[in-house]
Structure formats: C-alpha cells, structure tokens
Design a protein around this ligand. Structure first.
Ligand SMILES: [Fe+2]
Length: 300
C-alpha cells in the first residue's frame, strides 16, 4: 500500500505587515494630533492673563508724596478670533487690584477697527480715582486714528497724543505724558513733558519701546510700553524667533524692565495676541506698578 503522505504542520501564525495605505493613515493621524495639541496649547496659554507686580523707586519721585499704584494694560488686539468676555474678565481683575490710576498702551482692535466698540465697551468699565489715560498703537494709527481717539473719549478714557499733565499727589507732583505711535505717528516727548525739568519725575506712555532709544538720557524717568507681546511665541521663554518683526533691537524689549542708559522702560507682555489670540511660553500680562521715592519703604 502506498504510504499516506504525512500531514505537514501548519505554518506558524505570522503578523501581517500593515498595508502602505494604513501606515500613511497612522502617520497623518499623528501629525494631525500633534497640530491639534500645538493649537490647543497656544489657545489655552493665550487665554490666561497674568498680573505682574513691580515695585519701582526713583530719585526724582517726590519724597513727600505717597507711593502711586498704577495699572498698565496694552495690546488688546480684539479681532474676530479674540473674546470680549475674556477682556471683560481682565477688566474685572484690574478693578479688583484697586489701582490709583490706569494707563492703556494702545492696539485696541485689529487694524480695520471692526471690534473697536466691543473692546472699548469693556475698557470703559475700568475704574481708578485718578482716571484712565491712554496712547495709540500702530494698529490704531493705520486707518482711522481720529476714530480711535474719539472712541476712547466716549469710553471715559483720556488719550495723550504728545500731551501731558501734572498729577498732584499731596506732598509733591509728578508729570505724566503720552506720545503718538513711533511707526505711524509723530511722537514728541518734549510736548508731553511740557514744563517738566530734569528734577521732576516724568512718566511717559509710549506704545513702541523702540522709541525710547531716541530719548535723551535722563529726560524721562519711566516709560510704559507694549507692542512686542513678549515675542508671542518663544523657545521656553528664553528666545523669540519673531521679535525682530516688531522691534529693531532684537530680544532687548521683549518684556520686563529694561534700563537702556537713557531711561527705564517697562515693557508689558500685553493682554492679547496678533493674528490669533495664541501664545507659546510668552503668556499675556497686565502690569501693576507701585512707584515711590528712593528710600521710601513698605507697601502703600
Ligand atoms: Fe503694536
């Protein structure tokens, strides 16, 4: 009898390699997830707004005057993507700080001013016993600066376009002024200084910190500026690849306190964002600044 053929053992189970189309889908899904995570990070960080506190003493601040607590908000950039409710929450937080005076640094809406009224209806709620004072930014100057100026006034905010005033603090007075935008206006610090001399404390609002490089040394004690948004996107807060777009001085005026040998500049990180309200390791901020004379101590 012919031998029955031996049954051969079944081949070991093997894992089939995914088809090229499946591998492509997996790769595309991973890239989409990564993009989604990047966008989500930017939106979440862009939605937060820090209150940064600064205690600054100056030899020209009148020794007999009480310290002055000022809030400084700038670069709202309220456009179609930004939230007026978020701005409303920022206004509530600033009011809760109970500042003596409030300064605004410009760039209220996008350049077309589509949401200027939304922005100013929130900013109109800012409250301080010594008033709310403002300058314009480059975006406010592009199409209709006169419209922004009148909208500010209607909101109870006083614009300072190359203007200034004396603020009597009881034991002394200080000069406060504001200049037109450096890119699109004609800033004039001398017009803002008025009769202030070298011994007077002079605080200047200037949207663009690059303007401070044109000031004579010692003419202005403190400049409050914005415009650079802390770079808006940085490498772990250390370096911003985009800062060269708004500033000719590299990382110098990204955010924070800068002594440039001419004056002291406090650059706010700004409350909003350009193009989209997104930030990366450069969180939005408003500043609360306590000014006092050299040698004065303690909180007001
Ligand atoms: Fe700006």
């Amino acid at each position: 009898m012919p031998e029955e053929p031996a049954h051969s053992a079944p081949p070991p189970e093997s894992v089939a390699a995914p088809a090229p189309r499946t591998r492509r889908r997996v790769r595309v899904s991973r890239v989409l997830l990564l993009l989604l995570a990047v966008v989500a990070w930017g939106v979440v960080e862009g939605g937060v707004c820090r209150v940064r506190r600064h205690e600054l003493a100056f030899p020209d601040y009148p020794a007999g005057a009480a310290p002055l607590r000022a809030a400084f908000l700038t670069d709202f950039h309220l456009d179609r993507l930004a939230s007026a409710r978020r701005l409303g929450r920022i206004v509530d937080r600033v009011n809760a700080e109970a500042p003596d005076i409030i300064f605004l640094g410009g760039d209220y809406a996008d350049a077309k001013l589509e949401r200027l009224d939304d922005c100013l209806s929130e900013l109109a709620r800012l409250k301080a016993p010594l008033g709310v004072w403002a300058v314009l930014g480059n975006h406010d100057h592009v199409h209709a600066p006169a419209r922004v100026l009148s909208a500010l006034r209607e909101a109870g905010i006083t614009p300072l376009e190359n203007e200034g005033f004396w603020l009597d603090l009881g034991g002394g007075r200080i000069r406060i002024g504001g200049v037109a935008d450096f890119w699109h206006g004609r800033p004039d610090w001398e017009a803002a200084a008025g009769t202030a001399g070298p011994g007077d404390f002079f605080l200047l609002l200037a949207h663009n910190p690059d303007y401070t490089e044109t000031l004579p040394p010692g003419a202005v004690d403190l400049v409050l500026a914005g415009h650079t948004h802390d770079g808006q996107a940085t490498v772990f807060g250390l370096w911003s690849p985009f800062i060269g777009i708004p500033s000719r001085h590299g990382q110098k005026y990204r955010a924070g306190l800068v002594d440039n040998g001419r004056t002291t500049v406090l650059v706010s990180g700004g409350a909003g964002g350009l193009i989209a309200p997104m930030r990366y390791f450069a969180p939005p901020s408003v500043e609360v600044v306590t000014l006092r004379a050299d040698g004065q101590s303690g909180r007001p």
